[in-house]
Design a protein around this ligand. Structure first.
Ligand SMILES: NC(=O)c1ccc[n+]([C@@H]2O[C@H](COP(=O)([O-])OP(=O)(O)OC[C@H]3O[C@@H](n4cnc5c(N)ncnc54)[C@H](O)[C@@H]3O)[C@@H](O)[C@H]2O)c1
Length: 435
């Protein structure tokens, strides 16, 4: 689906709310869209470090935002620079990102380089006094993530991460319903992302293999956990409102035995000492089940990707159908069957309902970029956005570690930050207005 830039007003209309403040309980980072008082200036100047595939996608939204100027780009690969200049022809071009960071005309940077390079670039950016948006997964190790988060806190500079589902209208609506108890007590979240493809990019010269296909090699990537799992694990904590205590995992290269080093098949179970579980799986040699997070409560299930919910108790069939069923029942009672094989299982008849009528035109990315622009202008860090990104990165790296070691790992205390996931503040249906 090609994403279009959904304006803030249309976004709020999609959610059925008059102002972003109303959603503060479930999505506090939407405060970025509160009516802002632009004291310093009305525009901001952004530099892009690593305008490859994702970086250019993000630039597309910046280019449509009247409050943002893309003033500089930095990349070491000429085709990426050429592509970026088509979007921002007036941007200054740097081959060394440190020169972009030294440019006083840059207020904030977007870092969209491969995973293993994020740490050095982001730490340098904070040192240079720039606001930072770093693509997920933010760090290659848990320690890197911890240091990055702390550097953000000590520098007082903004820190956004590429967790666009935080701004996806479907997810915001779903979490509002989940936190209101609409689906009852949530016992499990089962997330998966399945594809059928080799995940490779065409390489113009064999010497560029590891540079272009950095996702497939252990020195530059944590594979499916860092590239896909990071998004869905964040959904798990958003729904359950707390961090898991332990993780087990398994992975392997089962189909794409083409010299890659990262697994093409991973599964992790994250457990909570209160009993809940968050499971994550990704297979890239079978796409049948696609992508989803099944959030399962005793009253119902909700699937944010498809935007559907299913209550456990299905409304009774219309009278006519009941009549047909009872005729069949009477007929079959005459025949010696082993059981009531004609009786439909709930899961088969329950077609579910859509949360938002029309599928929103955004997966949240355009709004995440817009929120970063607003924040750079005001200098205000939206509540909890850095923390959500931090823990999403931590969970996928921790799961990756469990897969690598083959051991059940306990959440490392040393990487806990002073942050209680927002789901701990339960919505009170009597006082908090519905989204
Ligand atoms: N949020 C999302 O949904 C999402 C989607 C896709 C990618 N991503 C993330 O975006 C990041 C980039 O992914 P991509 O698919 O765009 O990769 P890519 O390979 O297409 O682009 C990376 C760019 O970084 C450049 N680069 C590498 N080292 C550099 C350096 N030292 N200095 C400057 N430039 C350098 C490369 O030349 C390239 O242009 C990754 O962290 C990835 O996980 C996020």
């Amino acid at each position: 689906m090609k994403e279009t830039n959904l304006g803030r007003r249309e976004f709020l209309k999609t959610l059925g709310v008059a102002g972003a403040g109303i959603l503060a309980a479930t999505s506090p980072w939407l405060s970025a869209f509160s009516e802002v008082n632009h004291t310093a200036r009305d525009r901001c100047r952004i530099g892009i470090i690593g305008p490859g595939s994702r970086g250019q996608f993000l630039m597309g939204f910046l280019a449509q935002n009247p409050k943002a100027d893309i003033v500089a780009i930095a990349d070491i690969y000429q085709p990426s620079i050429d592509g970026a200049l088509k979007i921002a022809p007036k941007a200054k071009v740097y081959k060394d990102y440190r020169r972009l960071l030294a440019d006083p005309e840059v207020d904030g940077v977007i870092v969209a380089t491969p995973l293993n390079t994020h740490y050095g670039i982001v730490m340098d950016a904070f040192d240079a006094g720039k606001h930072v948006y770093c693509e997920k997964t933010i760090g290659y190790t848990m320690e890197e993530c911890f240091n990055m988060y702390n550097r953000h806190m000590s520098s007082g500079k903004l820190f956004f991460t590429g967790q666009q589902r935080l701004f996806d209208p479907r997810y915001i609506k779903v979490m509002d319903l989940v936190h209101r108890g609409t689906f009852g007590k949530i016992s499990a979240v089962d997330a998966y992302w399945n594809r059928n493809g080799d995940w490779r990019r065409e390489v113009p010269d064999p010497s560029l293999e590891k540079f272009i296909n950095w996702r497939l090699y252990g020195d530059s990537s944590r594979g499916l956990m860092s590239e896909l799992g990071c998004h869905q694990l964040q959904i798990g904590t958003w729904a359950l409102g707390k961090l898991p205590d332990r993780v087990m995992g398994h992975g392997g290269i089962t189909f794409w035995k083409d010299g890659r080093e990262v697994h093409d098949n991973v599964h992790c179970i994250y457990g909570y000492d209160t009993g809940e579980s968050l499971t994550y799986g990704s297979v890239i040699s079978n796409k049948f089940y696609g992508l989803e997070e099944k959030i399962m409560g005793n009253l119902g299930t909700v699937e944010p990707e498809s935007g559907k919910y299913y209550f456990e108790e299905v409304a009774p069939a219309p009278a006519f159908l009941q009549m047909v069923n009872s005729w069949e029942n009477a007929l079959f009672e005459e025949i010696p069957f082993a059981g009531t094989s004609w009786a439909p299982e709930t899961a088969n008849v329950n077609k579910g309902e859509f949360i938002l009528g029309e599928r929103p035109k955004t997966d949240g990315t355009s709004l995440l970029v817009d929120a970063f622009v607003e924040a750079v202008i005001t200098g205000k860090q939206p509540e909890r956005i850095a923390e959500e990104g931090y823990y999403a990165s931590l969970l996928c790296l921790w799961g990756h570690k469990a897969i690598e070691t083959g051991q059940m790992l306990v959440f490392p205390e040393e990487y806990k930050i002073d942050y209680a996931p927002y789901g701990t503040k339960k919505i009170n249906p009597a006082t908090d207005s519905p989204a």
